[in-house]
Design a protein. Structure first.
Length: 243
């Protein structure tokens, strides 16, 4: 049974979310402030954290920073509807996904299942092969058994979302991956031009892996199309252009 930590000072919302998630087979713990949320998130007692942005004491962003400094536990952030900046900031800090308030409980459950599926397997339908061979492209290697990534021999800490975005890009190195395909394979939902999630996760990968490899842009944005991971040896698909 998956244990979910809810960090939100809205008591009524916590009760409603708790009742609904329990009916879906989850165990729930709720805390009402950021400091306690960080402590409990780092306890290794939970499978996922639902974290509100607006909290007494330290806010959700600072709580997420402290969690990410020590743990890659999946985090779903709750943001105020219409606050696009909050969503982008949360993703930049390391949230796996976000959900604007007010939300449909069914959508919350769907997001939780999608995040947990990513954390345990990989993109697509979430059914991983019994054995997945390590994936190596240039200076980056992915180990699927431990879900770890090495760049030039050094481990790089990635969230479950970033790991799966990177897998899709590496498997298509040298080819453009449409943004719609990334959203459907990794997020498990239909692409919306107003959803910046994938773009922020790609930006995070650039920062963590380095912007260039062998003199080429490591992950190149192909305007109005998608992203291209540089193929070792200089086959970076540059002929595709930026238009």
């Amino acid at each position: 049974m998956d244990h979910v930590l809810v960090v939100d000072d809205d008591v009524e919302l916590c009760e409603l979310v708790g009742e609904y998630l329990k009916s879906e087979g989850f165990e729930i713990e709720a805390v009402d402030n950021g400091d306690d949320g960080v402590d409990r998130a780092l306890s290794d007692d939970h499978s996922l954290v639902i974290l509100d942005v607006m909290l007494p004491g330290i806010n959700g962003f600072e709580a997420l920073r402290r969690i990410r400094a020590k743990s890659q536990i999946p985090v779903l952030m709750l943001t105020a509807r219409g606050e696009d900046v909050d969503r982008i900031v949360g993703l930049e800090i390391g949230a796996d996904d976000y959900l604007p308030k007010p939300f449909n409980p069914r959508e919350l459950v769907a997001r939780i299942h999608a995040i947990l599926r990513r954390a345990r397997s990989g993109p697509g339908d979430g059914v991983a092969p019994a054995v997945q061979e390590p994936l190596n492209v240039g200076d980056v290697g992915m180990d699927f058994g431990t879900r770890t990534v090495l760049r030039a021999g050094e481990e790089v800490g990635l969230t479950a979302m970033e790991f799966d975005v990177l897998e899709v890009l590496l498997r298509s190195a040298g080819q453009v991956v449409p943004r719609e395909d990334l959203v459907e394979q990794v997020l498990g939902r239909i692409y919306s031009p107003y959803d910046r999630s994938i773009d922020v996760h790609v930006s995070n990968l650039r920062k963590k892996l380095g912007h260039e490899v062998d003199g080429n842009e490591r992950i190149k944005a192909i305007r109005q199309v998608g992203y291209l991971y540089a193929f070792p040896g200089g086959k970076d698909g540059g002929e595709q252009g930026d238009g």
